[in-house]
Design a protein around this ligand. Sequence first.
Ligand SMILES: Cc1ncc(COP(=O)(O)O)c(C=O)c1O
Length: 371
Amino acid sequence: MNQINRRNWLRTAGLSTGMLVLGNTSAFGFEPLKEKFDSDRLVMLNANENPFSPSFRIQQKISDNFDLICRYPFRIEDELIEAIAAKEGVPKNYVVITGGSTEGLKAAGLIFGRDGGEIIAADPTYQSLLTYAESHGSKIQRVPLNDALEHDLEAMADRINKKTGLIFICNPNNPSGTIIDANTMLDFCKSHDDKAVIFSDEAYYDYITEPEYPSMIELVKEGRNIIVSKTFSKVYGLAGLRVGYLIAKPEIATQLKKSVMANTNVLAIKAAQEALKDDDFYKYSIAKNMEAKLFLYKSFDELDLRYVPSHSNFVFFESGRPITQLQEQMKKEQILIGRPFPPLQDWARISTGKMEHMKLFVQALKKVMSD
Ligand SMILES: Cc1ncc(COP(=O)(O)O)c(C=O)c1O
């Protein structure tokens, strides 16, 4: 595409220079573009998405690479693998790119849960790996979270047996937003990775507020039986493009690569590479998420509702009424909130949104709770 055509195209696509000028007004050097979604009507606080569209820089990168769509992604995947390997400090053969981290979760669940293999996981936790493995014949050992809604690693260790193929740990946990004490997690992994593969789902790792909190990639580097998943869907705001990755030692990474089915796509690869360089958007995402969370905490305090301080982009709170009822009531107010997380039936998970949406949520919650 030559310069003039590109300019025309950008104009018709709504990415006009006017928006570029607007971009320079933000404290972060840009202002994310207005989404063309349905969110003017419905406030979507139900899927832990980043509420901000990618920065202009990322959108530009995507549009610059439209002409590559006729090519298969394997031609350029290596560039992203290299960038991820550099970021995580591992050799390139430790990196497995996947179509969102969901694809990696499912591949691992399939490999290590098959042939009668059991999987141990907290309850409630993120289900993707578990339900997929279950539907392919694996047995899931679900271990309740403790009273603080944290992983009960001792109880999980007690469930390890000869059939255990994988231990799934979502850290920070979805839906509770809790993290495991760093040393406890490191000790657990070091003590049990000889009995089963340990899967550390770190989709929300970037939101952890505890300084120097270790990724379990540190243990992968020691050659341990650990898989770590990360995603571009959360802090990087690329959920719709479907790109994530797994980090594991080569023996495991090779197995995982064989089970990945869809992989990612050309535009996602280009966007992810740019996202890794786009510090402004990264910092903006983290700062806006914190602002929204602090507002939610304050509002829950005012309403005298119990909640769990969260290391993620959502907050779990006890509404005291059945979640299905609350969901319905909030939907009538045009607000979508998280699904049921049995057995915690009167708890609700709220994803962070733009501040105007957070205010609408609290306004509606006050109304609904006074019914
Ligand atoms: C804990 C956790 N892991 C993984 C995912 C999957 O995200 P994606 O497939 O978009 O990378 C999610 C999505 O909400 C999640 O909450």
